[in-house]
Design a binder for this molecule. Structure first.
Ligand code: ATP
Ligand code: MG
Length: 477
């Protein structure tokens, strides 16, 4: 047992020290603590929200901890729902002008003894739905900076484990014996890396050291939970830095097998880096990023490799793309399992990519009508920063689409005419086609795809370019 927490007393940190800006508080979270306190319970804002508030960052969500049981909490709020099997918590929902806000309310929980029916052989906790005191609740949290409680009524922070000091020292420190706490819940290893990336703090030596030895325990964690945590890491706004952290800690193995390969391999790694930095920037500037988009980008270099290969075996472009998608997804299945709906989005984004090259006739309009067009378009923009042999596309293709989507019908016709003319007069300027392929196709117009012996060309070499498409589309002749 690391600490029972029972004897611990919190350090009370006044406003002049913690300097939390009340404007960063969620009014709804304050309503929740106020309502519970009015009903005679203890209630505090807790965890990541307090950490972020002390750091002067607006928290993305607010959790409340209380000594009221879930049933008692539910009685205090009309719009509340009991959720979770592992931990029973109450979601209190508030509908405002913007999207609804959910405040997650959990009852103080105890730390279990590391013996008995709740603990697996490796030390992993299987069930810990046992109510406890406030101090016990603090002791079962992961890092000192995540174990602070804020009472909006008195504007006081209750700090049980020296979280304020560690914030001052810019340190991520596990509460209790790190090795034991990773064994109890190996996901904490990923969390250490995520918070280090997010805060820019150093992981304390004693908290970092056991990770290398225990890294394999991560595979004991149920896949859905692992997926959630990886997704949090990738969508944190600090994904690039977190991935570096995972690699340094030796934690990346087998989590995203294809990502491993890609990160080790030259230009593919440039794309993944670009994709992650781009995602980070979008998230940091408040723009949305879908998990499907993110996985589409992470696995794109691998997809391009398979796509290239299948075409080199003589498979036509589109069947080759579908075969490459299946191959890419199935290779991924050794690591975290990408949930079906995200996989669907990812495939939609991929299958849209060759269609951006078709800039004649009805094709551009049909593409615009696809519900997920925007994601496909954003993905093409991302590709436009890369050379075609690693799955990139020309900058002028991206510019053309950017103009096209914001133009009037007349202007759109003009843009299509320009694209057609450019492709007719300057075959070397074709979006994704190199000269030799264009020449080959002109000589043998009826042959769809020829096997590519060298295997070195891009999957886009046999692309249906504006020229070839122009010949095929009856409206263009
Ligand atoms: P974020 O800003 O990413 O939401 P967070 O710290 O709020 O970070 P959550 O996953 O929302 O992270 O968890 C809320 C709190 O619950 C944490 O701050 C921590 O106190 C506690 N916690 C969450 N996961 C664990 C865990 N695996 N082991 C121990 N405590 C945990
Ligand atoms: Mg949180």
């Amino acid at each position: 047992m690391h600490q029972t927490g029972a004897a611990l007393v919190a350090h009370r940190v006044p406003k002049k020290i913690h300097r939390i800006n009340p404007e960063l508080l969620s009014k709804n979270a304050v309503k929740v603590t106020h309502t519970l306190q009015q009903a005679g319970f203890k209630a505090y804002i807790v965890g990541g929200a307090v950490r972020d508030l002390v750091l002067g960052i607006a928290p993305k969500d607010f959790d409340v901890a209380t000594n009221a049981t879930p049933d008692q909490v539910q009685k205090c709020f009309r719009r509340s729902r009991l959720i979770g099997r592992r931990f029973q918590i109450v979601h209190v929902t508030f509908f405002g002008k913007e999207r609804p806000e959910i405040i997650e309310v959990s009852t103080f929980r105890a730390v279990l003894e590391s013996v008995g029916e709740h603990v697996a052989e490796s030390g992993r906790i299987l069930r810990d739905n046992v109510w406890g005191t406030h101090a016990e609740d603090a002791a079962r949290r992961d890092f000192t900076i995540n174990a602070m409680y804020y009472d909006p009524a008195t504007e006081t922070v209750l700090d049980y484990h020296g979280g304020m000091n560690d914030i001052g020292a810019k340190t991520i420190r596990m509460i209790g014996d790190a090795s034991k706490r990773y064994r109890e819940d190996p996901i904490r290893m990923l969390r250490a890396i995520r918070f280090a990336a997010k805060t820019g703090f150093e992981i304390d030596k004693g908290t970092r050291q056991p990770i290398a030895e225990l890294a394999d325990l991560i595979h004991d964690v149920p896949s859905a939970r692992l997926f959630d945590e990886i997704l949090k890491l990738l969508m944190s706004g600090y994904a690039w830095s977190a991935i570096q952290g995972l690699r340094e800690a030796g934690l990346h193995h087998g989590l995203l097998p294809l990502l491993d390969k890609v990160l080790d391999a030259g230009e593919g790694s440039a794309f993944v880096k670009q994709a992650l930095l781009n995602t980070d920037e979008r998230i940091q500037t408040g723009k949305s990023v879908s998990p499907g988009f993110l996985f589409a980008a992470l696995l794109w270099p691998e997809l391009v490799k398979h796509w290239d290969f299948f075409q080199s075996q003589g498979m036509p472009k589109l069947p080759a793309l579908h075969a490459a998608m299946d191959e890419t997804v199935s290779q991924q299945s050794n690591g975290i399992v990408i949930q079906r709906r995200h996989e669907g989005d990812m495939r939609d984004i991929w299958t849209m990519q060759p269609r951006f090259d078709k800039r004649v006739g009805r094709y551009p309009y049909r593409l615009l009508e696809i519900p997920r067009f925007r994601a496909g378009y954003d993905f093409m923009l991302l590709r436009s920063s890369l050379p075609s042999h690693v799955g990139g596309c020309p900058a002028n293709l991206a510019q053309w689409w950017t103009s096209f989507i914001s133009s009037s019908p007349d202007e759109q016709s003009e843009l299509m005419a320009q694209a057609k003319e450019a492709s007719n007069t300057k075959p070397e300027a074709l979006s994704s086609e190199n000269k030799s392929t264009a020449r080959r196709r002109r000589k043998r117009p009826s042959k769809k795809t020829s096997p590519n012996d060298s295997g070195a060309a891009s999957p886009f070499d046999s692309e249906t370019t504006p020229v070839s498409q122009g010949h095929r589309d009856p409206k263009q002749t």
